[in-house]
Design a protein around this ligand. Structure first.
Ligand SMILES: Nc1ncnc2c1ncn2[C@@H]1O[C@H](COP(=O)(O)OP(=O)(O)O)[C@@H](O)[C@H]1O
Ligand SMILES: [Mg+2]
Length: 218
């Protein structure tokens, strides 16, 4: 039983999207995930997963807990009933994020290839290092909305170098900017369940899910 937190103090990097893809990816492997939505204001993983349920797909348990104290207490109480817990926290340096860091085993950090995001990562790194003094937290940063590697574009490499310079090795898996991921996630579906199937999106997400499971057990 692992408690994952999907976090980045920067908004719009794909936290809620990744939460839907990772939780549905776990479910497709026969695992029972529980999603905790700690982000009231943004496009929510909870709403997407409710859309999924209403569309007749096998349900995924999801709960909104945006107050830090409640989040910590409820995650401690309820997470043992599930194979894995995935917490989607808000963009800001919120109470929910701080509380999540006190219970989490693995921090999954999606980041986008944009140079101006660096300041947000520095803020995030401070928080994570603080949390790591109290708990052994594994950190998995991965490149989301990666640009296509046509040899001309250096944005992917620059963003990865920025993160690694802050002391966190970046996962050897990346997820592209793909319409199927956007649409599937809004419907609460894994790209594997979404039609028409985008094979690249499906393979990228499958590799991410696999990597996260293996790394968390290492
Ligand atoms: N890999 C991706 N491919 C395509 N669109 C994506 C991808 N990741 C995120 N998005 C889109 O980017 C926007 C922001 O993503 P979201 O998950 O809401 O970010 P956050 O939760 O970090 O604020 C959404 O419209 C989402 O659908
Ligand atoms: Mg979000």
């Amino acid at each position: 039983m692992t408690i994952f937190t999907v976090a980045n103090t920067k908004g719009g990097v794909g936290k809620s999207t990744s939460t839907v893809q990772i939780s549905t990816g776990f479910a497709l492997q026969g695992l029972r995930p529980w999603v905790v939505d700690g982000d009231k204001k943004q496009t929510s993983a909870l709403l997407s997963l409710t859309n999924r349920l209403n569309a007749g797909f096998p349900g995924i348990a999801a709960t909104e807990l945006s107050d830090g104290g409640s989040l910590r207490a409820q995650v401690r109480l309820q997470s043992p009933q599930f194979d894995h817990t995935i917490i989607d926290v808000g963009a800001r340096d919120s109470g929910a994020l701080r509380a999540a860091l006190t219970v989490t085993d693995v921090l999954v950090v999606p980041f986008a290839p944009r140079a101006y995001d660096l300041w947000a990562y520095e803020n995030m790194v401070e928080l994570v290092k603080e949390a790591q003094e109290l708990r052994d937290i594994k950190v998995i940063p991965f490149l989301n909305m990666a640009k296509s590697d046509d040899g001309k574009n250096s944005d992917n490499a620059l963003a990865i170098a920025d993160i690694e310079a802050l002391g966190f090795p970046v996962a050897p898996v990346r997820v592209g900017n793909r319409v199927a991921i956007d649409r599937a996630s809004a419907a609460g579906l894994n790209v594997q369940e979404y039609k028409p199937v985008d094979e690249k999106a499906r393979d990228e997400v499958a590799k991410l899910v696999q990597y996260i499971l293996e790394f968390s057990q290492s």
